[in-house]
Design a protein. Structure first.
Length: 386
């Protein structure tokens, strides 16, 4: 099951990343034209539609270099600071070998086994069970796991999750997802900015009212132009969503298979997925960040626009291709109960009064009695003395 190092998939991801960036500029130009249409509709309300369209196309030619420059700057900022933006949402912080020796050693051993440069390691202080990988180059690659995942999964299962994220890095899925998230952010920003400008302009009332009355006499050129602009903005927004959801969901199957190849333990990957199932929602993360995680519990409507396949299907694929045993859905204690158990264990097995806790046979073990030293009896003769 050679899923790790699928060069066809890696090459496909590189092509998709390039196409996403090209598509990003195309969508930005669509939104720029929509903004020009709205501007001309407000300033040329009594003009026919063909005049408004002609002036909007002319404005697009002048505005295209500015839109291009803004998009490039946005991409550069995202390239440099995307990790900080994601960390600010999830609260992830870096850890060292001294702080998390077990977790650090698990990741390091996986990297050494395949000769992979070790990514940065971070922990998100969240009770959810999830993990994600980010980065656009070797110096930026990062794997973050939640505190809930560390508390509730055993070492073999944690190793499987780390191997899953390492496979995402190796296969280029992380880079593709980051580009898609940046693209969606730019489109959302420009679309929201256009709507705000339009409604703020309309709130002035006077110019719009006079334009509307003259439009009814001249065939409604401005109204039609605004409707076209709104349709373009909606189309650009829908295309950005479709492009994100069009990212192949096979990447999760391949990452699961790659984790099994790295760890040689399909049962650990299956059990980890069952424990993560429906427990992975990060409280402060946006939908874009959740798309990078091992599981996205809120990933789509009836699995139509899901960014992740259902856990059930992923487990079935692992059993079919790698063997292993499916324990079915796993019940875990409530996070609050789990923390209480941790606190009681930290007390060292003693009660508040300091008395020993009864052992497994019901009663406390008897306390050892102090031994009394031997002293010679002066009334008895010592045979070793003369």
């Amino acid at each position: 099951m050679a899923a790790y190092g699928l060069y066809t998939h890696i090459r496909s991801n590189r092509i998709r990343s390039t196409l996403l960036i090209v598509g990003l500029f195309f969508l930005v130009y669509m939104l720029t034209f929509a903004g020009a249409l709205i501007f001309r509709a407000f300033t040329m309300g009594d003009a026919p539609l063909d005049y408004i369209l002609a002036y909007a196309f002319r404005d697009l030619k002048y505005a295209a270099p500015v839109s291009t420059a803004i998009t490039v700057i946005w991409l550069l900022i995202a390239y440099r600071f995307h990790q900080s933006m994601i960390d600010s949402q999830t609260g992830a912080h870096g850890v060292t070998r001294k702080e998390e020796p077990k977790l650090y050693n698990l990741l390091e051993n996986l990297c050494i086994s395949r000769g992979i440069p070790m990514p940065k390691l971070k922990i998100t202080e969240d009770t959810a069970l999830n993990a994600y990988a980010t980065g656009l180059n070797q110096n930026q690659y990062t794997i973050a796991v939640t505190r809930g995942l560390l508390d509730r999964l055993d070492d073999a299962e944690i190793e499987a999750v780390l191997a899953h994220e390492l496979t995402h890095i190796r296969n280029g899925d992380v880079k593709l997802l980051v580009v898609a998230v940046v693209m969606a952010g730019i489109i959302s920003f420009i679309g929201e900015l256009t709507f705000r400008i339009m409604f703020n302009s309309r709130s002035s009332g006077t110019r719009w009212s006079s334009s509307s009355s003259s439009n009814r006499k001249s065939g409604g050129g401005a109204i039609v132009a605004i409707l076209i602009a709104l349709a373009i903005i909606a189309l650009a927004w829908i295309l950005s969503i479709v492009i994100r959801f069009a990212l192949s969901r096979s990447r999760e199957y391949l990452a699961d298979a790659g984790a099994v190849e790295l760890t040689k333990n399909p049962d650990a990957m299956i059990t980890a997925l069952r424990k993560i199932e429906n427990r992975g929602e990060l409280r402060s993360a946006t939908s874009s960040v959740m798309e990078m995680c091992v599981d996205n519990p809120n990933s789509g409507f009836v699995d139509l626009f899901s960014t992740h396949p259902a856990i059930e299907k992923r487990v079935e694929a692992l059993i079919r291709t790698a063997g292993g045993h499916d324990p079915g859905p796993i019940a875990l204690p409530d996070p609050d109960d789990f923390e209480s158990a941790h606190a009681s264990q930290a007390e060292g097995g003693q009660t508040d009064t300091g008395t020993p806790v009864p052992g497994p046979w019901g009663s406390p073990s008897p306390q050892p009695q102090p031994q009394v030293g031997w002293a010679p009896d002066p009334a008895k003769p010592n045979p070793w003395r003369s």
